[in-house]
Structure formats: C-alpha cells, structure tokens
Design a protein around this ligand. Structure first.
Ligand code: AHR
Length: 308
C-alpha cells in the first residue's frame, strides 16, 4: 500500500543529510586556511554534506559557485564575500529559488537585508579601534610626530574598509599620529613584504609604526624590515590583526608588538545555524564573534592555548 511504501521510505528520509554549499574566498592567509578547516571539520562533525568551493580570490568565481549551488538545489548557501559590493543579482537569484543565504566572516554592501538570513563574524571596525587604542596608549609619552605606514587588506573588502576606519577613528584624536603611507598588501605575506619594501625605500627611518590589517602581511613586512637592516618591533612598532599562530611565533621572537584577535573558527556556529534554519527557527540577523587582543608580553603564556 501507499502507507507501507511511505513507512519504509521514512528512515531514508530521516537520514537525508542537509546539503550546504559554501563559497570560500581562497587561501590568502593563515587565517583563511584555519577558517576553511574549521568549516570542513564542523560539517563532518555535524553530519552536514558540504559542497566547498574555493574562488581563488575572484568574485566572479564566487558568483559562479553560488549559481551552481542554486542549480544543485542545496538546502543552504553560505559564503564569505571577497569584496563588499556587487552581490545583489546573485543574492536575488538565491532568494527567488527559496534557498537561504548565510554570510560568514565578511559583510556585503546591499541595502536589501532580506537577501541573507544572518551575518556571522567579527566586528572589523572594533578590531581597528582596538589596534588604534593600543597604539595611542603605547605612544602616550612620545613627543613629536608618530609616522605610521598602513598595509591594507584586499581592496574593497569589508575587513580592509572597516579596519582602516576603526583605526583612523581612534588615532585622529591626536594630531601627532600621521598615516604617511597606506597601500594594499592583499592580505598576503608576499604582497606585505613587497609593499613594505617600497614604504622603506620611500620613507626609510621616518617610519615609526606599521599597522597591518592582518598578521600575514605583518610577517612579510617583518622580513622586509630586517632586510633593510632595521629591528622589527623595536625600530618600528608593529601592530596587526588575526592572532594566528604565526603572529604568536613572531611575538615570542620579539618581532611583532601586538596582534588583535579575529577568530576564523566559525564552523561550529555556521553548522548550528544551518541546522536551526532547517528546523524552522529564526536566526538573529547578526552574530558577532567575541575576541581579545594579545600584546607580545603575554604571547608565550597564551600560545599553548591557541587553536589556530
Ligand atoms: O576576512 C577576514 C580576513 O581575511 C582576515 O583578517 C585575513 O587574514 C583574511 O585573509
């Protein structure tokens, strides 16, 4: 009978896994690698089928991946948008297909916030402010100008825009702080090194402080500083963001002054959100990650506790 057929199909239906399509930016930094691992491992632990796509830093690849998830009729789409703008069309396509979208890590710049169900990740403006506050305190007794060079993240990305904004908001309160150069290092070590070399060539010993939007660029820049015969963290105060293990190693070696935490471990809460959605629950529109700040003085003590 039909009832018997349904009854025998029930266990299989109950076992049908939730399918999540995730479009990752790429593998530009230690942070990103940890983020991808967190998502893959958490999907396994949660019994969610993950379709993971790496966009190699290109927005067009992310859009293609999202379209392919829509065509495959996945249950939920999540992605970390490489840049803030240009998502309206593809997000409307997902909405028309009734597939909920979760933003992880980075925000989009779209007016219609019905295009995603929630945005989970750090408060990048606050991270910039934390970096700024640390510097203002560190330099409170410094007389004369404090010349800062800034290594920005990927052009047009939420963390680059927001970390610049938050930092400027704090340091502009005192005119002795001057950002004398600011350029993108695209969140990579190689670019961070290259741009720092150019800064050193142009400004030389004038540079008092390096503010890097992530640890990888700071680590690249440290190499450039050493190659220029200067002492990182002494001749040039270095502040960066993420607090990945590489940054702790640099701090323990006395080469990086401070790293503001930005946690890439978003996998667990992403899988929970996916399950909640499928269970018909309403998610908060914004889920903010809790984070701290680690100056070099505490690095050795904190290092063993670090999970990324
Ligand atoms: O979006 C988060 C940022 O992206 C991290 O701070 C950076 O390291 C990564 O590439």
């Amino acid at each position: 009978t039909a009832a018997a057929a349904l009854a025998s199909a029930l266990p299989a239906m109950a076992q049908k896994k939730i399918v999540l399509g995730f479009s990752q930016i790429g593998a530009e930094s230690e942070w990103r690698t940890a983020n991808s691992e967190s998502i893959k491992q958490s999907a396994k632990d949660a019994g969610i089928e993950l379709k993971f796509s790496d966009a190699q830093q290109k927005q067009e690849n992310q859009i293609k991946a999202i379209r392919s998830f829509i065509a495959q009729k996945v249950d939920v789409i999540a992605f970390s948008p490489v840049v803030e703008s240009g998502w309206g069309t593809v997000l409307r396509e997902a909405k028309a297909a009734k597939i909920p979208v979760i933003l992880t890590d980075r925000a989009v710049n779209e007016k219609d916030d019905s295009l995603w169900v929630t945005f989970m990740g750090s408060d990048f403006v606050e991270e910039g402010r934390k970096a700024g506050r640390w510097l203002v305190d560190k330099m409170k007794d410094a007389k004369g100008e404090v010349n800062i060079v800034e290594l920005q993240g990927t052009v047009g990305s939420a963390p680059a825009i927001d970390r610049k904004k938050g930092f400027e908001e704090i340091v502009k309160a005192d005119p002795k702080f001057k950002i004398i150069r600011s350029q993108t290092g695209d969140f990579t070590r190689a670019k961070g090194k290259e741009v720092m070399e150019a800064f050193l060539k142009a400004e030389g010993k004038k540079i008092n402080v390096l503010y890097a939007h992530n640890d990888d660029m700071a680590i690249g820049a440290i190499q450039a500083i050493e190659e220029a015969g200067l002492k990182p963290a002494k001749d040039i105060v270095i502040i960066s963001i993420d607090a990945v293990k590489g940054a702790f190693e640099a701090m323990m070696a006395g080469k990086l002054n401070v790293s503001v935490e930005c946690s890439p471990l978003l996998g667990g809460q992403l899988m929970q959100a996916v399950k909640d959605l499928k269970a018909g629950k309403t998610l908060p529109k914004r889920i903010v990650t809790e984070e701290g700040i680690f100056p070099m003085e505490v690095a050795a003590k904190e290092f063993p506790k670090r999970k990324y």
